[in-house]
Structure formats: structure tokens, C-alpha cells
Design a protein around this ligand. Structure first.
Ligand SMILES: Cc1cc2nc3c(=O)[nH]c(=O)nc-3n(C[C@H](O)[C@H](O)[C@H](O)COP(=O)(O)OP(=O)(O)OC[C@H]3O[C@@H](n4cnc5c(N)ncnc54)[C@H](O)[C@@H]3O)c2cc1C
Length: 274
């Protein structure tokens, strides 16, 4: 039996004993929200790590802001001085935290080499303003799984951190995250039984898929039903999704995968799920 066969058999064995379809557990709720565009003002900046800029926004327009799922996204509109049509460019970001009563919203920007969003975040100042749209909707996964596995890179860390912090006390959650350097590791205020695994890989590259699959080969899932969430560079997410479903036999219905960016392409978010 090779390294890949061993975990596949273990996942398959576990699946035979599940009763979740009969009991109606794990049903995703899809919510639509009124699409609103809001202007928000930067109130505070935190260099969370050398490559992660946490931006705190405030606005009275956030009094009715809704974000029901940790992997929701808002559209950020970045003004482009040189653009002929004068239109802002849009990029997707995760509401890392929000407080309607305080009218506040927090967004974490992974700083990378180039692009309107990363350049804005690298030079932002308190008092700057930005327009945001959405979230348009939320896919709410009930917190009724027996365990969770969250996989991603720096761009996925805000959604991973929010989910870890929102999970119920004591539930096992493993995070497997590639980062440039040990300095990029983060701490989350988890009530869940959180096992972080950090892979220090230097700058992102195509080799990250192999690195992650190698580490996943020794992942021992706890007993019961598990939810797997994957996000990051699209090609790597595709490879990991195939590994988890085809090699490990993880049920597709209990896995969500999203391409958050594409190497060499601007605004490269892509749907990965069938
Ligand atoms: C649903 C969703 C939620 C997201 N949430 C967040 C979030 O909370 N925080 C966050 O930081 N990102 C998040 N992202 C990813 C973010 O939208 C992209 O990284 C986006 O491309 C950044 O825009 P940009 O203007 O900086 O770069 P672009 O103009 O889009 O790209 C310029 C160049 O940079 C490369 N590039 C883009 N992103 C990265 C990256 N992360 N690392 C290395 N190279 C990159 C591109 O391949 C391209 O060559 C999210 C994406 C989605 C779809």
C-alpha cells in the first residue's frame, strides 16, 4: 500500500458509517443580501505581520452591514488615476471582522508584489476613504461537523482565521497554510480545538501543490464527518481539491474550494467547485 492509498481507505471506511444524509445534517443555507455600496473611512492600521496589513474602517453606513459566513466577500473599489474610462478597479476581500453597533469593519490585506489592491494597502493612511460593495450573499455551513480542515495561503488566512474563531468550543479544526516565512504565522482567538500547521515555502510557486499534498498525506482525520475548505492560488486549489476528493475519497458535498487569485493574472478569482 503506498502513501496515497492508506489515507484513501481510511476516509472511505469512515464514510460507510455516516448517517448525516438521513439525519439532514450539514445542509448549506444560501442567503441573499441587499446589494449596497458604502463609503468607509480608514480609522486604524495594524501591521499584523510584515506581509499582512490589517485595515480598520468605520462608517455610519456599516450600521446594517451583513456578513453571515466566514468566507463571504466584499468588492473593494480602487480609484485608478491613469485609467481612460475613469472607472475604479474591483477586487474581492473577506470581511475579517465587523461590528454593526460600532459601525466598523476589518479587512486583512496580504501584501504581494504588484496590483491595485496591494499597492493601496501598502500606502494607505488613516482618514483615506474606499467604496465597498456587498456582500451580495452568504453560503452558511452549519457548525455541525465533527471536524474541520482548512487549507490555504496568505490570501485565504482572513477567511480561515474568521472561521476558526467562529467555530464552536472544542470542535477539532486543523489549518494547513503556506506562508512566506515563520514571521507570517498568525494567532487566532479559537474556542475550537485548533491545530495549526504552517508550511514556510518562501514566495508562492507551482511547487506549493506538491508541498501541501505531501503534508496532507500524513493528516489523520478525527472520526466522524469532516468539512474541508480550500482557497488560494487557483491551480493549487484545483490540485488540492482533486487530491482530497479523488485520492482521499472526501465527499464533494463536504468540501468547498475557491480560487482566490491566479498566478500572472490580475483579478484572478475563479470558481473551483463543480
Ligand atoms: C472570495 C475572495 C476573498 C478574498 N479575500 C482576501 C482577503 O481577505 N485578503 C487578501 O489579501 N486577499 C483576498 N483575496 C484575494 C485577492 O482578491 C487577490 O489576491 C487579488 O488579486 C489582489 O488584487 P491586487 O490588485 O493586489 O492584484 P492583481 O491586480 O489582481 O494581480 C497582480 C499580480 O499579482 C498576483 N497576485 C494576486 N494576488 C496575489 C497573492 N495573494 N499572492 C501573490 N501574488 C498575487 C497576480 O497573479 C498578478 O500577477 C480574496 C479573493 C476572493 C475571490
Amino acid at each position: 500500500m503506498n502513501q496515497i492509498d492508506r489515507p484513501r481507505r481510511r476516509f472511505a471506511d469512515e464514510m460507510e458509517g455516516t448517517t448525516s444524509e438521513r439525519s439532514g445534517r450539514h445542509e448549506t443555507r444560501r442567503l441573499r443580501h441587499e446589494l449596497r455600496r458604502r463609503t468607509v473611512t480608514v480609522s486604524r492600521l495594524e501591521h499584523l505581520t510584515p506581509r499582512m496589513m490589517r485595515v480598520h474602517f468605520i462608517s455610519p453606513e456599516l450600521a446594517d452591514f451583513v456578513s453571515a459566513a466566514p468566507d463571504d466577500h466584499v468588492k473593494l473599489f480602487f480609484p485608478q488615476a491613469g485609467r481612460i474610462d475613469g472607472k475604479p478597479v474591483m477586487r474581492d476581500f473577506t470581511p475579517r471582522a465587523f461590528d454593526r453597533a460600532a459601525g466598523s469593519l476589518t479587512i486583512d490585506f496580504a501584501l504581494h508584489a504588484t496590483g491595485p489592491a496591494t499597492e493601496w494597502a501598502a500606502s494607505v493612511r488613516v482618514g483615506d476613504q474606499l467604496d465597498i460593495g456587498g456582500p451580495r450573499g452568504s453560503q452558511v455551513m452549519p457548525d455541525d461537523f465533527d471536524w474541520y480542515l482548512l487549507i490555504g495561503d496568505e490570501s485565504a488566512l482572513p477567511a480561515i482565521g474568521r472561521r476558526v474563531e467562529e467555530l464552536r468550543p472544542g470542535v477539532p479544526v486543523t489549518t494547513l497554510v503556506t506562508v512566506v516565512h515563520p514571521y507570517e504565522e498568525q494567532r487566532f482567538a479559537a474556542r475550537a480545538a485548533w491545530t495549526p500547521i504552517w508550511l514556510h515555502r518562501g514566495e508562492p510557486s507551482d511547487a506549493d501543490a506538491g508541498l501541501l499534498c505531501d503534508r496532507l498525506a500524513s493528516f489523520q482525520p478525527p472520526p466522524g464527518d469532516g468539512f474541508v475548505w480550500i482557497a488560494g492560488e487557483a491551480m493549487i486549489v484545483r490540485a488540492l481539491r482533486a487530491y482530497m476528493t479523488e485520492e482521499r475519497g472526501h465527499p464533494k458535498a463536504w468540501l468547498k474550494a475557491a480560487g482566490y487569485w491566479q498566478r500572472g493574472r490580475s483579478d484572478g478569482n475563479v470558481a473551483i467547485d463543480d
